[in-house]
Design a protein around this ligand. Structure first.
Ligand code: AMP
Ligand code: MG
Length: 352
């Protein structure tokens, strides 16, 4: 009897050990928590076979994001972009491969969007910033004077010696509409290189995910902020190996005379873009999603969504301004929506 009991106990222990050693264990998830970078909040999640792989992947991702910040920060007088802004109207300035790539992509988006995305928007950004501080909207003369200095077509890029030269005095580049998306891509590449099997990078609403999702989920779940209410999602997306960038007037704005003005500026008129409350663009890469979300905010529903429809593997979800907050998505965006608080209208291109 005693012996039988002992055998039973040994079998039980062996079963427990078997379960422990032989049931396949999923990858280990690490989460950076909230980090302050690029003037906003960022978060990195990594999944690796072992904890140290996930941790290392996060460290390298954050390192890349901080590197892009040191290049692209217009508020730092010593950054590479500030050096260009102060010298490129005098002579060609040699730049790093990274900045050259960001500027080349920016100018390409200037062409594609007919200037709705204009990386040379700096003087207008400064003008609206000052308007906010003085609580006084800019007058027509001020707007006209600043508009003269804004034109992406006057950025001359020389791919042979990697130099940048401005074609007019007073020009100032601003990478606020593209640098976060670019940094998200660099961070994702770093995570893959350091062995992560899945991950997500979010820099102030510019998000990209890849590989195995966290929490044994089927897809990565990404909530889009409701412009009508803080800390509430209006839509939840299910994504795999994709980026989504959101531009919204509720995120950052300038207050002038009690009125909100979007931080996105129409470089043809000098006025802040007020046609849409929120624009989310879904694209394979963060840099493209970021530039396009800014551009569509300026272009508005018809012109903007027509452009998005013409680009492969790229979709958008837009929200009209208050009080309607009407949701419209390109037909291809429907497959990404897992939950929605309100009805989503599918965009039908108008015949022109
Ligand atoms: P995002 O949040 O990506 O839409 O970027 C907005 C930021 O991009 C602004 O804070 C400016 O720094 C910059 N920006 C504003 N208007 C434009 C524009 N028309 N084209 C490119 N960048 C812009
Ligand atoms: Mg953008």
């Amino acid at each position: 009897m005693e012996k039988k009991r002992l055998v039973q106990i040994i079998i039980f222990i062996l079963i427990i050990l078997g379960v422990f050693f032989f049931v396949p264990k999923g990858p280990v998830v690490e989460d950076s928590g909230t980090q302050t970078v690029m003037g906003t909040f960022a978060r990195v999640i990594a999944l690796g076979k072992h904890r140290d792989v996930s941790k290392r992947a996060i460290e390298h991702a954050l390192e890349q994001i901080r590197y892009i910040e040191t290049i692209a920060n217009v508020h730092d007088a010593n950054s590479e972009i500030s050096e260009i802004n102060s010298l490129a109207c005098l002579e060609p300035v040699e730049v790093s491969d990274t900045l050259f790539e960001i500027l080349k992509t920016s100018v390409d988006y200037g062409r594609l969007t007919n200037g709705a995305f204009d990386v040379a928007v700096g003087p207008l950004v400064d003008m609206w910033q000052k308007a906010g501080e003085a609580n006084q909207p800019p007058d027509a003369n001020q707007i006209a004077a600043n508009l003269k200095e804004v034109d992406y077509q006057k950025i001359y890029l020389n791919p042979v010696d990697k130099t940048i030269r401005f074609g007019a005095d007073g020009m100032k580049l601003d990478l606020g509409g593209i640098a976060k998306g670019y940094a998200v891509d660099r961070a994702i590449e770093a995570m893959k290189n350091y062995g992560a099997v899945g991950g997500l990078v979010d820099i102030g609403g510019d998000i990209r995910c890849f590989g195995t999702p966290a929490n044994a989920a089927k897809h990565w779940s990404i909530g889009l902020q409701d412009p009508a209410k803080n800390n509430r999602n209006i839509i939840v997306l299910k994504l795999d190996d994709t980026a989504v960038a959101t531009s919204g007037d509720y995120r950052r704005f300038v207050l002038v005379g009690g009125q909100k003005h979007s931080h996105i500026i129409d470089s043809h008129t000098g006025q802040s873009a007020e046609q849409l409350s929120s624009v989310s663009v879904i694209a394979p890469k963060g840099v493209d999603a970021d530039a396009l979300a800014t551009a569509v905010s300026v272009m508005g529903t018809d012109e903007g969504l027509k452009l998005i429809e013409s680009i492969k593997n790229t979709d958008a979800i837009i929200i009209s301004p208050a009080p309607d907050y009407r949701l419209t998505a390109t037909a291809g965006a429907e497959k990404y929506i897992s939950k929605s608080r309100t009805k989503v209208n599918i965009y039908k291109p108008q015949n022109d």
